[in-house]
Design a protein around this ligand. Structure first.
Ligand code: GLN
Length: 533
C-alpha cells in the first residue's frame, strides 16, 4: 500500500519547495523505502518543452525523452535514480486526456466537469505512477502557491485522497515563507495566512517547513505551531543556505524523517547520510578557485541553466575547487566587442545551449576569442553547433557558414536540420529527445574522459552537424570523436592538441548527480584547476 505525501507552497513561489520535496524523497529512500517523486505544474502547456526558460526556468530532459519542469532534475539529483516523463503532470496533460476521452465517448451521457472528471483524472494519474513505480511512498509536489486559481483542482485531488486513502496513508507538508524585516524581526503572519488559505480548501497541514533568511527561534516556532494547528515538533526551519544539498541535512537534524515515518505509521529507521555529508563538506571546503565563463542568452535568469550549474557544482566538490561563475550575455558581445574583454579574466568557458538567432553571433565571437587563445571551451548542444560554425568560417574559410536555424539561406549550412525533422509541423515534443547511444572514437579526448567506447547521454535538439561537411572539418583539424548509431556527429574536438576544446551535441548535465558526477564536467574542472595558479 502506497503512502502519499503532498507538498504545497505558500506566500511566494521560488521558495525552494522542489529542494524540500527532493530532500524528503532522499531521506525516506535512505531509510530503506522505495520512493517516487511527482511534480504537478498547473499550467496548460502539455510539457515544459514549449516554454522559454525565462518563463519557467530550465527544461529538464528525462532518460525517456520527457521535456519536464526543472524540479524533476532536483528530484533525480537528490534521489540518485532516474524518473520518467510521467513524473511531471501538467494541467495540459490532464485536460487533453479528459477531452480526448469525452470525444471518444467514454463519458457518454454525462456532463463532463472539473469535479469529478478532472479531479478523478488527477487522482488516477498519481496512483498510476505510484503503482507503476512500485513506490512505498509517493511524494507529490503541487507547483505554484496556495490560492492560485489554476492550482485548485490539484489541491482538491490531494484533499480527496486523504478521505479515500485514510489518515495514516496521507501527509500534507506546507512550505511557506517567513520574511525578515530590515530590523531583523522575523514575521510569521504570512505563514499563518497561507495555512488558513489551505484550510479553506479543506487541507490541514501535518507539517510546516518555514523558509526564511534565518533559523526560527522558539517563539516563532510556537506561534506557527499554534496558529498553523500542527504539533510544535512538526514545524521545521529551512534557513537560507548557499548550498542546496545541505537542506537535506538541516531537515534531518530537526527530526524531519522521523516525524514523517511516525505520522505515516512506518517503521522508523536511521538513514545513512555519511557519503552525502562528505559531498556537502567537500563542496563547502574548496582548496582553490577557478573562474568559469557562462556564455549564453538567458544569463539574467540563472534557473535557465540549473542542471549545468549543478553539474559544475558536483565537479567542483570532487575536485575540491570553488567554481566562480562569470555570466556573459551573448547579446552584449554582439552589440559591443568590448565585452570580449570579460573573457580575459576566465580560466575556461561553457558555451551554453539555446535556440534561435538572438545571441548566436555573440557566442561565435566568444568561441573564436577562446579558441585562438587556447582557453578551455566546453560547448553544449547549440554551443557545440556554434563551435562548428566558428571553425568553418575562421579556420576553413567557408565564408558565411552558419546553422540553417540562424540563416536558412546560408551558402554553407554546416549545421542543418536532422533528416527526421523535415516536414515536422508540430513543435511540442518533436525534437530528438532523451537518452541515446554515443559511440566514442578510441584515443580521443572524449574516450580518455569517459574511459568507455559507448555511453548513453540525453539529447534535445532538431539540428545537427551536416554530414556533407564532416570530411572538410576533419581535413582541417577537427575530429568528430563521437557518433550516434545513425552516424550523426555527437562529439567534436581539435586534432593533435592538448587544448581542451570539446563540443557535445548532447547534454551531460542532465545525468550529473552529487554522488555520481558527470565525467565531462569533472574532467573539465580538473583540467582548468591544474592549469590555474
Ligand atoms: N537549437 C539547437 C537545435 O535545435 C540546439 C538546441 C539546444 O541547445 N538544446 O538543435
Amino acid at each position: 500500500m502506497t503512502k502519499f505525501i503532498f507538498i504545497t507552497g505558500g506566500v511566494l513561489s521560488g521558495l525552494g519547495k522542489g529542494i524540500v520535496a527532493a530532500s524528503t524523497g532522499m531521506l525516506l529512500k535512505r531509510c530503506g523505502y522505495s520512493v517516487t517523486l511527482v511534480k504537478i505544474d498547473p499550467y496548460l502547456n502539455v510539457d515544459a518543452g514549449t516554454m522559454n526558460p525565462y518563463a519557467h526556468g530550465e527544461v529538464f530532459v528525462t532518460e525517456d525523452g520527457g521535456e519536464t519542469d526543472m524540479d524533476i532534475g532536483h528530484y533525480e539529483r537528490f534521489l540518485g535514480h532516474n524518473l520518467s516523463k510521467k513524473n511531471n503532470i501538467t494541467s495540459g496533460q490532464i485536460y487533453l486526456s479528459v477531452v480526448t476521452k469525452e470525444r471518444r465517448g467514454d463519458y457518454l451521457g454525462q456532463c463532463v466537469q472539473v469535479i469529478p472528471h478532472v479531479v478523478d483524472e488527477i487522482k488516477n494519474r498519481v496512483r498510476e505512477i505510484a503503482r507503476d513505480q512500485s513506490a512505498d511512498i509517493a511524494i507529490v509536489e503541487i507547483g505554484g502557491t496556495v490560492g492560485d486559481i489554476e492550482g485548485l483542482p490539484f489541491l482538491e485531488a490531494a484533499r480527496q485522497m486523504r478521505v479515500e486513502e485514510g489518515d495514516e496513508n496521507t501527509l500534507y507538508i506546507h512550505v511557506a515563507l517567513a520574511p525578515v524585516l530590515p530590523s531583523g524581526e522575523l514575521k510569521t503572519k504570512p505563514v499563518q495566512h497561507s495555512v488558513q488559505e489551505l484550510r479553506r480548501i479543506g487541507i490541514i497541514p501535518d507539517a510546516i517547513v518555514v523558509r526564511s533568511s534565518k533559523w526560527l527561534d522558539e517563539e516563532a516556532r510556537y506561534k506557527i505551531a499554534l496558529y498553523g494547528n500542527v504539533p510544535l515538533r512538526a514545524v521545521f526551519s529551512n534557513p537560507d543556505v548557499a548550498n542546496p544539498y545541505r537542506v537535506t541535512l538541516i531537515l534531518y537534524e530537526q527530526g524531519f524523517s522521523d516525524y514523517i515515518l511516525e505520522r505515516l505509521g512506518l517503521e522508523k529507521r536511521k538513514p545513512d547520510l555519511a557519503d552525502w555529508a562528505d559531498f556537502v563538506n567537500k563542496l563547502e571546503n574548496p582548496i582553490k578557485t577557478v573562474k568559469v565563463g557562462m556564455i549564453g542568452k538567458y544569463t539574467k535568469i540563472k534557473d535557465s541553466y540549473v542542471s549545468i550549474i549543478e553539474a559544475l557544482r558536483h565537479a567542483s566538490a570532487w575536485n575540491r575547487v570553488k567554481v566562480d561563475l562569470v555570466w556573459i550575455e551573448a547579446t552584449s558581445i554582439e552589440n559591443s566587442s568590448e565585452y570580449l574583454k570579460l573573457l580575459e579574466r576566465i580560466n575556461g568557458a561553457v558555451i551554453l545551449p539555446g535556440f534561435g538567432v538572438r545571441g548566436a553571433e555573440g557566442k561565435i565571437k566568444a568561441i573564436q576569442y577562446l579558441r585562438e587563445r587556447g582557453i578551455p571551451v566546453l560547448g553544449i548542444c547549440f554551443g557545440m553547433q556554434l563551435m562548428i560554425v566558428e571553425f568553418a568560417r575562421n579556420v576553413i574559410g567557408l565564408q558565411g557558414a552558419n546553422s540553417t536555424e540562424i540563416d536558412p539561406n546560408t551558402r554553407h549550412p554546416v549545421i542543418d536540420l536532422l533528416p527526421g525533422q523535415r516536414g515536422v509541423r508540430e513543435i511540442g515534443g518533436t525534437l530528438r529527445l532523451g537518452a541515446l547511444k554515443v559511440i566514442i572514437r578510441p584515443g580521443s579526448l572524449a574516450w580518455r574522459i569517459y574511459g568507455l567506447s559507448e555511453v548513453y547521454e540525453r539529447h534535445r535538439h532538431r539540428y545537427s552537424v551536416n554530414p556533407k561537411y564532416i570530411d572538410v572539418l576533419e581535413e582541417n583539424g577537427m575530429t568528430i570523436s563521437g557518433f550516434s548509431e545513425e552516424g550523426f556527429a555527437e562529439i567534436v574536438e581539435l586534432k593533435n592538441t592538448e587544448q581542451f576544446y570539446l563540443g557535445l551535441q548532447f547534454h551531460p548535465e542532465f545525468k550529473s548527480r552529487p554522488l555520481n558526477p558527470s565525467p565531462i564536467f569533472t574532467y573539465f574542472i580538473q583540467y582548468i584547476a591544474e592549469k590555474t595558479e
